[in-house]
Design a protein around this ligand. Structure first.
Ligand SMILES: Cc1ncc(COP(=O)(O)O)c(C=O)c1O
Length: 414
């Protein structure tokens, strides 16, 4: 069973009913692969899934308790559209305490996951033909969200030689009079690369030359980081940009709260108000119970991350050592998040025992699913080939087995 791309084909009669906006969208490769892996599992295959970006840790207990208490006190009704006053206050404090950013509550938006917050911002601002600069490799959703909102994604390739990061020079050449947004993501999904203060300084200098460009920074993995790498966000590095930066974050990854669906952002009041208008006509408020849980998360301790980051870094090192010892694979060490983005360039042109040639990273991901029972995501889904993404947010035992299987499978390639 090979990985499938779009389920929709132009011959389907249903096509006439679908919007042009929808047809521009490619269904998420990560979800497609997870679905294929699940299907193989149902058929009895022992598949190890390294494709999903979700911590295997549990939501902290005090957060769960806060949600239970919210249910018991009847906090089960509609709330203000873009966040309860308590949650907005907790977000204001978080930005001040952790990032040195000063927002008032009318500069804060809370949505149903970081994904909705980003989508609201794009939908509220993009007109047909507006360009959004998306450094590649990128989180799979950015280009499609831009397309759904009527804009045009402009991808800028950021190769491994640049640690997969956008440089000031590359940004300068990508900006046009139609550029509406630049999207930044650090630490990054899929590479784990983290921007340093100097990296962001160079980007900020270019942005200062182009006052029409807004900046959306996605800091979802802020606290998942290694070896003393310092997290900084662009509004902190250059306060003069503050009135055109939307600083997005959420509780999904750091607090292991993916299912609770709470994301938030700080930015200029005019944008926050526009985002609330979009949200008010789509989903209204995020779950009242989840908002109460997020208040406890943001106002509570973060010290559990020391132990979680230690475990993540052990897993990262285990996978790095294993992958880098395989002939034909190579991988840089990430500063944060829980992803590795190895290159499979050295294996291209090799043949499987069935005589199939590995021509690209999609072939390689299919090969790993077939021959190693390991699900990974091809780099082309993130806009950069020939790489693949491994999520190490899974048990150390499973990772050890997966690496062994990948090694064995690769050793059969000729
Ligand atoms: C870079 C990045 N931003 C945003 C999100 C979305 O987070 P949420 O689950 O809060 O919608 C993800 C989730 O995978 C992500 O990787």
């Amino acid at each position: 069973m090979a990985l499938q791309s779009a389920q929709i084909c132009p011959q389907t009669p249903a096509i006439a009913n679908l919007s042009g906006r929808l047809l521009a969208v490619v269904p998420s490769a990560t979800i497609a692969i997870t679905r294929t892996a699940n299907e193989l599992r149902r058929q009895g295959r022992d598949i190890i899934g390294l494709s999903q970006g979700e911590p295997d840790f549990d939501t902290p207990d005090h957060v769960k308790q806060a949600a239970k208490a919210a249910i018991d006190r009847g906090a089960t009704k509609y709330t203000d559209v873009d966040g309860t006053p308590e949650l907005k206050a907790a977000v204001v404090s978080k930005f001040a305490r952790e990032n040195g950013l000063s927002y008032s509550t009318d500069q804060i938006s809370v949505g149903t996951g970081g994904k909705q917050v980003i989508f609201n911002a794009l939908l509220a601002t993009l007109n047909e033909g507006d360009e959004v600069i998306v450094p590649a490799p990128y989180w799979v959703s950015y280009p499609d969200m831009v397309r759904l909102a009527g804009g045009t994604p402009v991808t800028v390739t950021c190769g491994e030689d640049k640690a997969f990061k956008l440089t000031g020079a590359a940004l300068r050449t990508a900006i046009t009079p139609r550029t509406k947004w630049l999207i930044l993501n650090s630490p990054s999904n899929p590479t784990g690369s983290g921007y340093s203060r100097a990296d962001l300084r160079a980007i900020a200098d270019v942005l200062l030359e182009h006052p029409h460009v807004l900046v959306l920074t996605d800091d979802m993995y802020e606290h998942i980081r290694y070896e003393g790498w310092q997290f900084v966000t662009v509004a902190q590095v250059e306060p003069l940009l503050a009135d055109r930066v939307l600083t997005c974050n959420g509780v999904s990854k750091v607090y292991a709260m993916t299912g609770w669906r709470i994301g938030y952002a700080g930015g200029p009041a005019w944008l926050i108000k526009a985002m609330a208008t979009i949200q008010s006509q789509s989903t209204t408020n995020p779950s009242s119970v989840s908002q109460a849980a997020a208040v406890a998360a943001l106002n509570g301790p973060l010290d559990f991350m020391t132990e979680r980051n230690r475990i993540f870094s052990e897993r990262r090192d285990l996978c790095l050592a294993a992958l880098n010892s395989i002939d034909g694979l190579s991988c840089r060490s990430p500063e944060g998040a829980f992803y590795l983005f190895p290159s499979c360039e050295g294996l291209l042109g090799r043949k499987t025992t069935n005589g199939k040639v590995i021509n690209n990273d999609l072939d390689f991901a299919n090969f790993l699913l077939e021959a190693a029972n390991v699900a990974v995501v091809p780099g082309s889904a993130f806009g950069l080939a020939p790489f693949f993404r491994i999520s190490f947010a899974t048990s150390t035992e499973k990772l050890r087995t997966a690496c062994k299987r990948i090694d064995q499978a690769c050793s059969t390639l000729r």
